[in-house]
Design a protein around this ligand. Structure first.
Ligand code: NAP
Length: 345
């Protein structure tokens, strides 16, 4: 990848051709974004160069987060892009997230200010609470490590964090706020008690993990789902792998739709996502894949039969289980996801 200043690619996609979804505020959000989590193997510079490539090809949506530790490098690329005059700030949807160690009083504003400084922006389009727990772990920690300060979801505490998020909207620092890694019971309580409701909910979504009930809940409450790990995260870190995990891009239904078109199965996952109504945010550092992922959601839709066949291959296979956020005394990772329909706290 090049590290020169910004020039639009001649083989890219005209951004106006990329589908978008309407939010309850009336704003439109591009229906595909570039993920920027390097999964512990792509360096901050590599991720930033992927952002440069993606913008040059017609992406107008970036999924960033302070914990990905690459916002400063992405900010340098954004500066080149804006200085070039080829793209204006308001043409790009930029999301960031507050990490779990910044939920305390005053910290949400601090975290937002840091992301804005690093990205070189004066507002974010969307700011998410990355996880609904103040639990964090050292980088690269073992999956079995437990932080003695980790706590289950405590609704009162979450709302203190959420009210700080609402203040950021009042201050004009963020245009929308949203949630991530939530469940129906948690989101029900947030909807009951919030002043500004979440515009988007970022959640794991791919053909083998469709979360149909939660997806419908989110949609029916006027919240836009953003689907992470849309290809089934084939490059995820070792700590997020277990022997029971299934592989979306090897599923015969996905492979058949890919073979019919002569494309990689990853592209079928992305077409399915947008046609279903969620926003996939695939990550890649490879020019070829970044471009084909964008093209996939613009060209050659899946048929109704293919969409129906994919809806039948859900395996309820959650890949990002969140072990490292467990508290002392928790049964296992399913406690994070309210699998009994209730949340503690
Ligand atoms: N909110 C949250 O808690 C949360 C959690 C996880 C992820 N996320 C967000 O979601 C983004 C995406 O998730 P993810 O990275 O876990 O999973 P993903 O996008 O499903 O998978 C990324 C992997 O797929 C490969 N890939 C991408 N396009 C491809 C193509 N066309 N053909 C073949 N392989 C392809 C990439 O490899 P190459 O580089 O070789 O192309 C990379 O290893 C993250 O970057 C992050 O922004 C958010």
């Amino acid at each position: 990848m090049s590290d020169t200043a910004f020039t639009p690619a001649s083989d890219g996609i005209v951004p106006s051709l990329v589908p978008s979804f309407s939010l309850y505020t009336g704003a439109r959000i591009p229906a595909i974004g570039l993920g920027t989590f390097g999964s512990d193997h792509a360096s901050p510079t590599q991720v930033a160069e992927a952002v440069r490539e993606a913008l040059s090809m017609g992406y107008r949506h970036l999924d960033c987060a302070s914990v990905y530790a690459n916002e400063a490098e992405i900010g340098e690329v954004l500066k080149d892009v804006f200085d070039s005059g080829a793209i204006r700030r308001e043409e790009i949807w930029i999301t960031s997230k507050v990490w779990n160690d910044m939920h305390g009083k005053g910290d949400v504003l601090l975290s937002c200010a840091r992301s804005l400084r690093d990205l070189g922006l004066d507002y974010l389009d969307l700011f998410l609470v990355h996880w609904p727990f103040p639990n964090h772990h050292p980088p690269g920690c073992d999956v079995n490590e437990r932080n003695p300060h980790a706590k289950p979801y405590i609704h009162e505490d979450f709302m203190k964090t959420w009210h700080q998020m609402e203040r950021l909207v009042d201050m004009g620092l963020v245009r929308h706020i949203g949630t991530s890694n939530m469940t129906i019971p948690k989101l029900e309580m947030v909807l009951r008690d919030c002043r500004i409701k979440p515009a988007c909910n970022e959640m794991e979504l791919h053909p083998h993990f469709q979360q149909p009930e939660f997806f419908d809940f989110v949609k029916s409450n006027g919240i836009q789902p953003i689907g992470y790990s849309p290809i089934g995260s084939p490059g995820r870190p070792e700590r997020d792998r277990t022997s029971e995990d299934t592989v979306d891009i090897e599923d015969p239904v996905v492979v058949a739709a890919a073979e019919k078109r002569g494309v990689h199965p990853a592209l079928i996952c992305l077409k399915w996502a947008v046609q279903r109504g969620q926003i996939p945010i695939p990550f890649s550092t490879k020019r070829r894949n970044i471009l084909s992922n964008l093209k996939a959601v613009v060209e050659d839709s899946l048929t109704d039969e293919e969409m129906a066949a994919i809806s039948d291959i859900d395996r309820n296979c959650r890949l990002i289980k969140g072990h490292v956020f467990l508290w002392e005394g928790a049964k296992d990772w399913t406690d994070l996801w309210d699998s009994d329909g209730r949340t503690p706290g």
